[in-house]
Design a binder for this molecule. Structure first.
Ligand code: FEO
Length: 397
């Protein structure tokens, strides 16, 4: 990434990582990502907000050189995760006079993760300010978006909120603002699903805390920046709410076609009943797309064959991800085919038990589905429709 000016003496100096394929060795990155770092030159002091993933440190240094930065007074760390904090130890060596500003929890993490000595820190509390001369940084604790130590910085004079992971997106672009909503909205939604969805309650609380700030720019640490008229604030309100839509998500695997026939039948039966269906053939689909679909769905139906007496391993993996992402889902069921015996339903129901879904009668058939099995699938579709109608009448959909 080339250095980009946001406002007078405020720059984006981070790095774009177009080639990264996975985040946390888990999350697919179809559009790459960026590690946004921001430089603020005040009339008296210079501050750097967050760093970059360590392999991109030379890019950050080059960007600082381009701006003739010889001295940094403060390095602000909003979040201990290494995609933002990982270069801080190197920065502290290269800028020996810099103080590292963060909150107490994050300090403890950075001491553990990066072995930064305590003497380099300046600890701030919620609401504290630090002046750079003609610019004032205000720090606000925003715990659990998505680690316990996360915080944001509000630059009062320029009305910029530096939000770190909050409001981010894994989307690599040279453009500071990216106006193609058709592209950025789904990228931000995937990011929310993969990273923020389990912490909806904290997100709502933190948005409440930030809502009265006069914000002209939100500058996250991944992806493009946002203006007030952009979609991100309203989208976060919707995604973090507990409301679901009249939608069913069906992740499935089929070894010899029997489960697939059932899935396709159920898809048509649900669509006929006016329900939106999103299907994910797990050996081909991107798990990020499945996660994004789970933001809205009221119901999940898992389709799996029985292999070695249990669900297909890809389904176990997906079910575990669904469990840890803690979507708003209200109802669930399991469909599939088996050859002789197994505990497919028990194993899957156990994995997702913490979601406390109402489980509608599973449809598990021996071999290829028969007329009577399709009838059961139609009844399952009826059951889902009835539950969704109840939600609708309760205004929860
Ligand atoms: Fe972008 Fe939680 O790190």
């Amino acid at each position: 990434m080339v250095t980009q000016k946001i406002r007078e003496n405020i720059y984006s100096v981070g790095a774009i990582d177009r080639d990264r394929k996975l985040f946390d060795e888990l999350i697919p990155l179809p559009d790459g990502t960026s590690y946004n770092s921001y430089l603020i030159k005040g009339s008296e002091k210079v501050a750097l907000l967050d760093s970059v993933d360590p392999p991109m440190y030379s890019t950050l240094l080059d960007n600082l050189k381009n701006l003739s930065v010889e001295k940094i007074d403060y390095i602000i760390s909003h979040h201990g995760e290494q995609d933002h904090s990982g270069s801080i130890a190197m920065l502290l060596k290269d800028f020996p006079d810099a103080r590292l500003i963060t909150n107490k929890k994050c300090m403890s993490m950075l001491m553990d993760l990066l072995q930064v000595p305590e003497s380099r820190f300046k600890v701030v509390e919620d609401g504290d300010t630090v002046t750079l001369g003609d610019k004032t940084l205000q720090f606000m604790l925003t715990p659990w978006v998505h680690w316990p130590e996360t915080m944001v910085t509000y630059l009062k004079e320029a009305k910029i909120l530096f939000s770190c992971d909050f409001f981010g997106s894994h989307y690599a672009t040279d453009e500071l603002f990216f106006d193609d909503r058709e592209i950025l909205y789904p990228a931000a939604k995937r990011y929310f699903a993969e990273i923020m969805m389990p912490f909806r309650t904290s997100i709502r609380k933190n948005m409440e805390k930030l809502k009265d700030l006069d914000i002209e720019i939100i500058a996250p640490s991944h992806g493009p920046l946002h203006r007030p008229e952009d979609f991100i604030w309203d989208a976060y309100k919707e995604w973090s709410s507990e409301a679901v839509k009249n939608e069913v998500v069906i992740p499935y695997v089929s070894m010899h076609g029997s489960t697939e026939v059932m899935v396709k039948y159920l898809e048509k039966a649900l669509a006929k009943r006016g329900i939106t269906v999103k299907i994910f053939h797990l050996t081909e689909s991107d798990l990020g797309d499945l996660a994004a679909a789970l933001i809205d769905a009221a119901t999940i139906v898992i389709g799996t064959p029985t292999i070695l007496a249990g669900p297909h391993p890809n389904i176990i993996y997906a079910a575990y991800l669904v469990k840890v992402l803690r979507p708003k889902l209200k109802f669930g069921s399991i469909i599939g085919s088996f050859g002789w015996a197994g505990k497919t339903v028990e194993i899957l129901a156990d994995i997702i038990s913490s979601l406390k879904l109402e489980i509608l009668e599973p449809v598990i058939v021996k071999g290829y589905p028969k007329e009577s099995d399709f009838k059961l699938l139609a009844e399952l579709a009826d059951g889902i429709l009835a539950r969704h109608k109840e939600l609708l009448s309760d205004n929860k959909i």
